[in-house]
Design a protein. Structure first.
Length: 319
């Protein structure tokens, strides 16, 4: 979600230019041009602590806000889920092929040897990948729970967002008369009602998620069936917000004049629209009883798109 879940071209061209310069220095046949000296291994190793400190400090700055911490946890969570699902798929395919080969061999060997084949160990590489996939998914589960705990206080932010919206100044009567019609007032009323609907959908999302989570931890008394219903309602409210946000962004694009659509606005709009577009099918998937038709790998791939984008933005903002 954009609120929860909230490589520049010039740097890429700099890297290309550096690569071209390096290639020219290598193939230049003139003996008068010295080749650049390589840094000694000791200097490289000596720079490791300072680079590690810089990375740790940057990561710490990313984690200093609730939204930043959620973006980092979300990126790690779906990276682990995607890696785990890919490893699991590959390892299960390898195990299936190995089993098929053993079965084919069993039909060609005497019965006494068939018993030995039935107890043959799984391929070590596939078994290791399957074990690693299980651990990555367990790690992703811990991160997901940490994100849910981090969101328990989300109602506070939604309260102040609602307060700011209700206290937003209305267009003056003189302004609407200057336009020659009541279009300004009508547009203001429409935007206000639309934003209120979005905020209320997020409030319901947060309330249902908090109740379901607290019930699962025995902090409040809820039946398992009730917790399941609250979990589905939570996702559906999030889905309602997501689809409304897509509609709002499309309306914003139609209202924006061609002159006002500068590069900065277009970049921000594209980010918000395509990230919500990636979340939209997932809200349908998770909001269906028993889960939707998308396979696990496809779900994690879709979730990785907004997660990676938010992590990149956060990393740049905290540089």
């Amino acid at each position: 979600m954009t609120d929860v879940a909230d490589i520049a071209a010039d740097s890429a061209s700099t890297e290309v230019a550096a690569a071209i310069d390096s290639a020219v220095a290598v193939v230049d046949p003139l003996p008068s041009i010295p080749t650049p000296a390589k840094a000694p291994i000791g200097a490289v190793l000596a720079a490791v602590p300072s680079n590690a400190d810089a990375f740790a400090g940057h990561l710490l700055r990313c984690l200093q806000t609730r939204a930043g911490a959620d973006a980092v946890l979300q990126f790690l969570c779906y990276s682990s889920k995607l890696s785990g699902s890919v490893l699991e798929t590959l390892s299960r395919n390898a195990l299936r092929q190995s089993a098929q080969k053993l079965i084919a061999m069993a039909f060609q060997l005497p019965p006494a040897t068939t018993v030995v084949l039935s107890s043959a160990p799984a391929p070590p590489g596939a078994a290791f990948a399957l074990n690693l996939a299980t651990k990555l998914k367990a790690f992703a589960g811990i991160l997901s729970e940490a994100r849910t705990i981090n969101r328990l206080w989300g109602l506070l932010g939604l309260y102040f967002a609602l307060k700011r919206l209700l206290s937003r100044p209305r267009p003056k009567k003189e302004d609407s008369e200057k336009e020659g019609s009541s279009s300004v007032v009508l547009a203001h009323h429409f935007d206000t009602v639309f934003s209120l609907t979005q905020i209320f959908s997020l409030i319901l999302y947060q309330v249902f998620e908090n109740l379901a989570f607290l019930g699962s931890k025995k902090a409040i008394d809820l039946k398992p069936t009730t917790m399941g219903k609250f979990g589905l309602l939570s996702v559906r409210c999030w889905g309602a917000y997501t689809f409304m946000e897509l509609a709002r962004l499309l309306l914003e694009r139609t209202r924006k004049s061609a002159e006002a659509k500068d590069a900065a606005w277009a970049n921000t709009w594209n980010k918000s629209f395509f990230r919500n577009l990636a979340w939209a099918p997932l809200t349908v998937q998770w909001g269906m009883i028993g889960g939707g038709p998308l396979p696990e790998t496809a779900v994690n791939l879709l979730a990785m798109y907004p997660s990676t984008g938010q992590m990149i933005d956060l990393w740049r903002e905290t540089a």
